[in-house]
Design a protein around this ligand. Structure first.
Ligand code: S3P
Length: 209
């Protein structure tokens, strides 16, 4: 039986995803980036495409603390939150392979960066100010954005964090396009980084099964 082009593409896509899973071994794909970069939305879809579990570090911190992030900041302060964030991410990294979305400040901690390096492959979802502001202004659940001047806060965080985020294994531009498009770009970047080569299209069309 010879396969049609669509079936060939599907088969190739599945094979490409399987190669990424194999190359990952027990490592996690760790999404980093500023608030509004799309770490959770892209991470959830990426995990489903790769057939891996999706874990959101912020949700795990909330679960461990029994309260939400705004409450943790208000009741115990940022330093306490950062300590919990560091511990929870260290614990989560032991359970790969998985897609792990981290809060925007997590990668700024040197110990967390080293842990991610040892147990994962980091993907920086990089976005420009306009895209980030459009997204963060949709919700008001972020303790670092309680004031009116979100633009000033985000600019400051970009200046402080982008040089560190740039240490990530892979960088993907998180543009204002459907999340699935970004997922495709992440998959391609991972395949490239992990050395999962693509087969040339002309060989695929002749293949019979
Ligand atoms: C933070 C980002 C938030 C959350 C906390 C602090 C930060 O996560 O961890 O409010 O320091 O950038 P998201 O990046 O998922 O919004």
């Amino acid at each position: 039986m010879s396969l049609g082009l669509t079936e060939h593409r599907k088969k190739d896509r599945e094979q490409g995803l399987a190669e990424i899973r194999e190359a990952l071994g027990s490592r996690s794909i760790v999404l980093i980036g500023l608030m509004g970069a799309g770490k959770t939305a892209v991470g959830r879809r990426l995990a489903s495409r790769l057939d891996l579990p999706f874990i959101d570090a912020d949700a795990e911190i909330e679960e461990a603390a029994g309260s939400n992030i705004s409450e943790i900041f208000a009741e115990h302060g940022e330093a306490y939150f950062r300590q919990g964030e560091r511990k929870v991410i260290a614990r989560l990294l032991k359970s790969g392979p998985q897609v792990l979305a981290t809060g925007g400040g997590a990668y700024m901690n040197a110990e967390t960066r080293a842990n991610i390096k040892a147990h994962g492959i980091s993907v920086w979802l990089r976005a420009d100010l306009k895209v980030l502001l459009k997204r963060v202004n949709r919700r008001d659940n972020r303790p670092l954005l309680t004031g009116d001047d979100h633009e000033a806060v985000m600019k400051k965080l970009m200046a402080e964090r982008y040089p560190i985020y740039a240490e990530a294994d892979v960088t993907v531009e998180s543009r204002d396009v459907p999340h699935d498009t970004i997922v495709g770009a992440v998959v391609d970047a991972l395949a490239d980084k992990l050395g999962c080569a693509k087969k040339p299209a002309k060989d695929q069309s002749r293949e019979k099964v």
